[in-house]
Write a protein that binds this ligand. Structure first.
Ligand code: AOS
Ligand code: ZN
Ligand code: ZN
Length: 389
């Protein structure tokens, strides 16, 4: 006997979902081999927000934009927040950057030199100052720190340096602010990475306190890792701060989320729904680079992919699944999950968009809007800070 959630309940839940887009996804980006510049890309943080506003206008569920410092450094952050507000947006997570200065060749907060560690900490504390100015809740911390050769540095000592810096930043946070610690199994370091996996991030966050949580970047795991298991466990421990959604075939490819493995994305979103993470506590952020595809429609598609995976997860017949699991009926339990995954939710999402007063086909609506030609004509000259600088 099926007791699938009814469509209106699924649509109501989907209305509450908010997906944060990253400022850097709108700008030029590439690999260490080449940045293929695209016409019309933003030249300033303000223009990035102008593009992000198109994504929110056409999807209805992308109201916040993550900033990356120094790529989005401005003189007047309240004015930038106002620029966002006038476009129906809010400034989201502040991403620190302690991976691009020459000083950081051997690491930042884990560097053997105390002076370099102090410089990195100053930047992290500046990011919290910026959070105060923008009203952001989350500070996202990703450290490229690591080593390339056995013996290069002391693995244990580096963990101590990391803990010291994290504690100093944690101390600085306001009552309503959080620090989200992101792990990555390798790159740019190739032998050790100082925050390589969920366990390391979790251990540091546990030591710090409840304002410290883990970010799961879906491209940051060794091939074959069961990411949904990590999500389920972190949710149970109330230590999942959010996601950096993207897709990967081999490494941290930063492709459109859901493009490489929509089934994995569905399984992740099922654990989020099951674990009660479908609340404002868990930040659904994109972290992608659109090196060869048009950026704004790629980001729109990514938002849609997260929505589709979420809708399928919400359609799981939880009652039938629990019953099959409790009775050890393996095939029935798997069939319940696959039944939801194999449901075409595009009509449901099209209906939701019509309910929201937006075009049921966001990508087509964007292409008809003429925005791409407008920014190509207007944004001539200059480059924005960031990957492609
Ligand atoms: C780097 O690989 C991490 O995914 C970061 O979250 C992010 O990509 C970096 O901060 C630059 O955007
Ligand atoms: Zn990331
Ligand atoms: Zn990454």
């Amino acid at each position: 006997m099926t007791s699938r959630p009814d469509v209106s309940a699924v649509k109501a839940a989907l209305r509450t979902q908010a997906i944060e887009t990253p400022s850097w996804a709108y700008g030029n980006s590439g690999t260490r081999f080449k940045v293929f510049a695209q016409p019309g890309v933003p030249r300033t943080p303000q223009e990035k927000l102008d593009d992000a506003a198109r994504v929110h206008e056409h999807t209805g569920v992308a109201p916040t934009v993550a900033l990356h410092i120094p790529w989005d450094r401005v003189e007047d952050y309240p004015a930038l927040a106002q620029h966002a507000k006038e476009r129906g947006l809010r400034l989201g997570a502040i991403n620190s950057n302690v991976f691009q200065d020459d000083d950081y060749k051997l690491g930042s907060v884990c560097h053997p030199d105390a002076g370099v560690r102090r410089k990195a900490l100053r930047h992290l504390l500046e990011c919290v100052d910026i959070m105060d100015a923008t009203g952001s809740r989350d500070l996202k911390l990703w450290f490229s720190d690591g080593t390339n050769y056995p013996g290069q540095d002391d693995i244990r000592a580096r963990q101590g340096r990391l803990a010291e810096a994290l504690a100093a930043v944690y101390e600085r946070l306001g009552d309503d602010q959080r620090m989200l610690l992101e792990y990555k199994f390798f790159e740019p370091a190739f032998y050790t990475t100082d925050v390589p996996d969920w366990g390391t991030a979790y251990a540091h966050c546990l030591r710090l306190g409840e304002k410290a949580r883990v970010v799961v970047d879906t491209g940051h795991h060794a091939p074959g890792t069961n990411i949904e298991f990590i999500v389920a466990l972190l949710l149970r421990e109330e230590k999942l701060g959010g996601f950096d959604f993207n897709s990967r075939f081999y490494a941290d490819d930063d492709l459109m989320v859901g493009a490489a493995d929509p089934f994995q994305l569905f399984r992740i979103m099922y654990e989020v729904v099951r674990g009660g993470g479908f609340t404002s506590d868990v930040a659904f952020m994109l972290d992608q680079c659109h090196n060869i595809e048009a950026k704004i429609p790629a980001i729109i598609r990514s938002v849609m992919n997260v929505q589709e995976a979420t809708a399928k997860a919400l359609l799981v017949d939880r009652e039938a699944l629990s019953a099959a699991q409790a009775s050890g009926d393996v095939l029935a339990a798997n069939a319940v999950l696959m039944d939801a995954y194999n449901t075409d939710v595009r009509p449901l999402l099209a209906e939701l968009r019509e309910d929201l007063g937006i075009d049921p086909d966001p990508v087509a609506a964007y292409h008809r809007s003429g925005w791409a030609q407008k920014i190509t004509d207007e944004r001539v000259g200059g480059t924005q800070a960031g990957w492609g600088a």
